[in-house]
Design a protein around this ligand. Structure first.
Ligand code: TIU
Length: 234
């Protein structure tokens, strides 16, 4: 079986049992004028992850791998927004307030949607989540299980918030998760490093870490294996 060179050790890649998970690549996080900036962050650091993630997305689509996207946000009437989440941070603009890309983190608004480069296509489910984790109050687990998915390739923003919260949730539900370090982004370089270190420490306590180049090489090998297997059974 094809293997992704990864830390703390190689990650076995089976295209039919794997999903590419694109976490919260929303304008509200990666562009100025959105929720991320309202919290006082420099959004330019997150944009760095978009190019590598686009390469991975295109390659996974070409390989026929299942792709699933998530978005963090709330109902327009904010009935699913906890008071604690709205009030925390004391930001000048809060969730539900109007910013330059629409109401912050509200479903249906321009800023809440996924950036053009990574926009979902037909056949790729979009999971709308009210929390940081992709599995909390969503049908993420059901969708993955219906497809027979056991392994996750994880990209998205931000590394130490929604990405690793989702990886921890996935770990407790029995999934193997591989995080691609150049396809995840944080507003804080030091948190990017420490969050990834926590995933792979202790023999991969939450999962594995690799990068887009090593993943793409393994994906090519896995596609080759599938072609040879199909030829052998003909
Ligand atoms: N603030 C921050 O770093 N992240 C979030 O609020 N949500 C996600 O990570 N998606």
């Amino acid at each position: 079986m094809a293997k992704v060179n990864a830390e703390p050790y190689d990650f076995e890649l089976s295209i039919p049992k794997t999903a590419l998970v694109m976490i919260d690549f929303q304008r509200d996080f990666v562009y100025p004028g959105g929720f991320g900036e309202s919290l006082g962050n420099d959004t330019s650091l997150l944009l760095r992850a978009v190019g590598p993630a686009q390469k991975v997305l295109n390659a996974c689509r070409a390989a026929g791998m299942f792709v699933i996207h998530t978005r963090e946000g709330h109902r327009p009437d904010l009935s699913d927004l906890p008071r604690a989440k709205r009030e925390r941070g004391n930001a000048p603009l809060r969730i539900g307030d109007k910013g330059s890309m629409g109401r912050l983190l509200v479903r249906g608004e321009y800023g809440h949607d996924i950036v053009d480069e990574l926009h979902p296509i037909e056949g790729e489910p979009v999971v709308d989540k009210p929390g940081k984790g992709a599995f909390y109050a969503t049908d993420m687990d059901t969708i993955l299980r219906m497809r027979g998915v056991e392994k996750l390739i994880v990209t998205g923003v931000t590394t130490e918030v929604c990405v690793t919260t989702s990886v921890r949730e996935a770990n407790d539900r029995g999934y193997d998760a591989l995080v691609l370090e150049d396809c995840v982004g944080s507003y804080f370089p030091e948190f990017q490093q420490s969050a990834l270190a926590m995933v792979k420490a202790q023999g991969g306590i939450f999962g594995w870490v690799s990068d887009s180049a090593r993943f793409l090489a393994a994906l090519e090998a896995a596609r080759g294996e599938m072609v040879s297997m199909a030829a052998a059974t003909r």
